[in-house]
Structure formats: C-alpha cells, structure tokens
Design a protein around this ligand. Structure first.
Ligand code: C2E
Ligand code: MG
Ligand code: MG
Ligand code: MG
Length: 279
C-alpha cells in the first residue's frame, strides 16, 4: 500500500503480494474471533426438492460470514484460507455443531453439510461427529456429508476408515461437484457413496449444449444403474428443471426452487433471496 506510486511493475506487484499476505493474516485472526464469539458466522439452508418440485426432501447448510469491515463474505473468501492456516478443524467443528443443532430442531428429513477433505484426514472425525450428533439429539441417518472427489483421490487409509465408520452408523455420503474433478467412475464402485451431486457447470448448459445434456443424462443413468441417488445443483431455469425431471433426476437444488435461507426463513418457508455478497 505505502509503496504505491513507486518505480514500476515490480513494486506494484510486491504491494499486491503484501496486501494478499496481510489479508490472509487478517482473515485468520478475524475468523478466530468470529468463531469464538459466534455472532458473525452463520449457516444458511438451501432446500433440496424432489422431482415434483414441491416436496422438500432436505437442505444443504452453507456457511456465511458477516464481516464487520468487509461485509457479507461467501465461503470462497475464507474456507480456503481456513484450510491453509490450519483452522479448518475449528471452522468445520463449528459448522457441524450448528448444523446438528438446527437439524435436531427442524422438521427437515435430512440436512447436508459440506466437509473439507482436511477434516476427513483427522482419524477422530467420525467419533467427534457422533458425539456432536448425540449432544444435539440428531439421528446419524439425518445427516449427509458432502465430500469432493479429491477426498477419494487421496485414498488414504485414515480417510477410508473414517468414511466406513460414518456409513456404518448411518451417516450418508454425497459426492459434491461431481464431474468437475477427476471423476473416476471407479470411486462410485470402490467407495460406498450414497449420492452424486451433478455440478452446476453441467446443469447451466442444459438445453443449450447437446454435449452437456448428454453428460447429465449419462450421469443420471449411471447413478440409477449403481443404485445411487442423484441431485442436480444450480437449477436456475424452468427449461433446466424440465430437462432434469424428464431425465429422471430425483433431486433438484437451485435458485429457481429456492435460494439459501436463514434459519428463521426456512422454518417459516418464506423465501427471500439472501443479500448480494461482496467480492
Ligand atoms: P457447494 O457445496 O457446491 O454448494 C453449492 C453452491 O452453489 C452454494 O454456493 C450455493 O449458494 C450455490 N447455488 C445454489 N443454487 C444455485 C443456483 O441456482 N445458481 C448458482 N449460481 N449458484 C447456486 P456458496 O454458498 O457460495 O458455497 C460455495 C462452496 O463453498 C460450496 O459449494 C462448498 O464447497 C463450500 N462451502 C459452503 N459452506 C461450507 C462449509 O460449511 N464448510 C466447507 N468446508 N465448505 C463449505
Ligand atoms: Mg455442497
Ligand atoms: Mg455442490
Ligand atoms: Mg458446487
């Protein structure tokens, strides 16, 4: 910052690097405070609908941070930093406690919670989660964990054991953003996955790209053949919705059906879009 107006590109670049490092450090300490006080961080809940587009089957918990200076931050602004700075256990633990307490109080059949690959590397993850569910009074069957393909790619004995322990007690496992990573069909056989979530990059092009339409159809059929449930993410248009329903997709999630809602909104069913996010 202070070096701005200096002697050329290098300094401009160095300035930017400083800003970045400063921001990371600020985010880290601010996040620690936010997680301790608990009043800047919250979860929103996006309903997931059945193919009739009326029945709410469950919801996905999505974290938000109302930063006192930077305003409303989406997870892309801080989840990665929390992972890099060794804070994901703290953040993820807060999310699981909050999500389980909401699930216990709500009528929703189930609640999906995103977990970082780093959380699953902790061999105590499953027992910690069981303890959280027990304290909250929520049945393991009502919690679904959304993991990304990277977790399975790592294929570490610890992660495999954790996933097995979780499923053994009835926790469901959904593979998030399916199709964007390494997407080995082998994962679906080798690991016991309950659900595939087709990434919204494919859903977005439904109808406008024949290839995307073919990919989505193939994924829906593959899931059916393997006895795995399937959710389409990012459904924004009637055209996308109709195409997905015609293909036999069982679960739909997206702004067309409902945006992520606050705890009180989802309780009362009043759908008001969340405020625009900074950045
Ligand atoms: P995700 O798990 O794939 O979540 C879906 C994202 O798509 C959410 O973004 C949601 O708000 C957005 N979305 C839903 N419907 C639509 C739609 O129709 N159109 C568009 N354009 N977007 C839609 P969000 O909340 O910004 O979350 C981004 C990512 O951050 C999530 O992707 C997830 O990977 C991660 N994340 C969110 N909450 C948590 C958390 O508690 N823990 C961890 N580790 N990661 C989280
Ligand atoms: Mg997710
Ligand atoms: Mg997703
Ligand atoms: Mg996604």
């Amino acid at each position: 910052e202070a070096k701005r107006g200096g002697r050329g590109r290098y300094q401009v670049f160095a300035g930017d690097m400083d800003d970045l490092l400063l921001r990371r450090r600020t985010v880290e300490s601010d996040l620690r405070t936010a997680l301790t006080t608990g009043d800047q961080i919250k979860l929103l809940y996006q309903p997931i609908y059945g193919a009739d587009c009326e029945t709410v089957l469950g919801a996905e918990a999505l974290i938000r941070w109302d930063h006192p200076v930077h305003g409303a931050l989406s997870p892309s602004h801080f989840v990665g930093i929390a992972e890099e700075r060794g804070m994901i256990g703290l953040l993820g633990g807060w999310v699981l406690r909050e999500a389980c307490s909401f699930a216990a109080a709500s009528d929703l059949p189930w609640l999906a919670v995103n977990v970082s690959p780093l959380q699953l590397r902790d061999e105590n993850f499953a027992s910690d989660l069981f303890a959280i569910m027990e304290t909250a009074g929520v049945e393991p069957r009502r919690i679904q964990l959304e993991i990304t393909e990277g977790v399975l790619l790592e294929n570490t004995p610890a992660t495999t054991a954790v996933l097995k322990e979780l499923r053994g007690r009835g926790v469901r496992i959904a593979l998030d953003d399916f199709g964007t990573g390494y997407s080995s069909v082998n994962y679906l056989r080798r690991y016991s996955i309950d659900k595939l979530k087709i990434d919204r990059s494919f859903v977005r092009q439904l109808g406008s790209s024949d290839e995307s339409t073919a990919i989505v159809k193939a994924l829906v059929d593959l899931a059916a053949a393997l006895g795995i449930q399937v959710t389409a993410e990012g459904v924004e248009t009637v055209q996308q919705r109709d195409a997905l329903v015609a293909m036999g997709c069982q679960e739909l999630q997206g702004f067309l059906l409902s945006p992520p809602l606050s705890r009180s909104q989802i309780g009362t069913g009043t759908a008001e879009p969340e405020q625009a996010l900074a950045g």
